[in-house]
Design a protein around this ligand. Structure first.
Ligand code: SF4
Ligand code: SF4
Length: 310
């Protein structure tokens, strides 16, 4: 590995690990369940630290902006600040949050590193599947709006039918909140241990639990074989940013004089979002799928990829 490549990859891992810990600090609630040499950690009580976390919340981690948006709409508040900030960040940094901050993106990057043969998806199929995430976004907005309308017009049957799902539909189903919220909460509340004594009771858990586990397993398996498959095709948070990121100030450009072109394409092989970099304008990639991860820059042996701002 070249020096530049190591520097980019190492900095990205450091940032990703930092945000992984920050966004999922609730996982440290698992500490009392750790044994052996690590048992000294049991003395730490995170509730004594000034952390922006509601440890009793079912969402159980630092709420992401998209969860806040859903909950605010459902409780009849227009999330102007959250929407405004997300748009502003997307216009400045594009989808860099997906590439550098998202903990589930980090998990997918780790899954990509597993030694499994990757599945090649053709560009037309990839493009068609990438549209799904916009429908997930639309579905989420429709459900929270229905929930809000049910509250405004006091349609009790509808709000009861939607339940907690209506307040934050995507967060309720997202593999990220299942992995970092639901499962740790169940461990902390010793649900699995209780169930271990009566294993058949696992099957009595409600359908929503099994739906969440199925989505998580699906997301994990697909991301082993197709890099960042969840980000590419299903995540509405990425979709929301993608609407504004196409013309973001921060981006990636290519120096044609240095680029080896068709006979190389190493940058494209490294790109987790399957972007055909050589077919993009060399001045700046105008692809809303780009997550500014810089893996193309890290990989290019000719130093032909550059960061562009604005
Ligand atoms: S890796 Fe670098 S040299 Fe190779 S095709 Fe990509 S930009 Fe060109
Ligand atoms: S084009 Fe480069 S920066 Fe953008 S997603 Fe692909 S590898 Fe990452």
């Amino acid at each position: 590995m070249r020096k530049g490549e190591i520097a980019i990859k190492a900095s990205r891992y450091i940032v990703q690990i930092f945000f992984f810990v920050l966004f999922n600090i609730y996982l440290f609630e698992l500490i009392p369940h750790i044994g052996g040499y690590l048992s000294i950690l049991k003395q730490i009580d995170l509730r004594n630290f000034p952390l922006p976390i509601d440890f009793d919340s079912q969402y159980a981690n630092v709420a992401n902006a998209f969860t806040v948006m859903q909950l605010m709409i459902a409780t009849l508040w227009f999330p102007a600040l959250t929407i405004g900030l997300t748009i502003l960040i997307s216009i400045i940094f594009g989808r860099a949050a997906c590439g550098w901050l998202c903990p589930f993106g980090f998990v997918q990057d780790l899954l990509r590193a597993l030694p499994a043969k990757k599945v090649k998806v053709s560009q037309p199929v990839n493009r068609a599947l990438a549209e799904i995430k916009y429908y997930v976004l639309l579905f989420t907005i429709v459900i929270v709006s229905l929930f809000a309308l049910a509250e405004i017009y006091d349609i009790k049957d509808l709000s009861k039918a939607l339940g907690d799902f209506g307040k934050a539909p995507y967060t309720t189903l997202s593999p990220s909140s299942t992995l970092f919220g639901l499962i740790p909460v169940m461990i902390v509340e010793r649900k699995f241990i209780e169930l271990g004594d009566h294993i058949w009771e696992l099957f009595t858990l409600n359908r929503l639990f099994w739906l969440r586990i199925s989505i998580l397993v699906f997301a994990i398996i697909i991301s082993i074989y197709i890099p960042r498959a969840w980000c590419r095709w299903f995540c509405p948070i990425g979709a929301f940013q993608a609407i504004f990121s196409k013309y973001s100030l921060l981006g990636i450009g290519r120096k044609p004089a240095r680029c080896l072109g068709e006979k190389c394409r190493l940058c494209e092989k490294a790109c987790p979002m399957a972007i055909r970099i050589l077919e993009e304008p060399w001045q700046k990639i105008r692809n809303r799928e780009c997550i500014n991860c810089l893996l193309c820059k890290a990989t290019c042996p000719e130093g032909a990829i550059k960061i562009v701002f604005p």
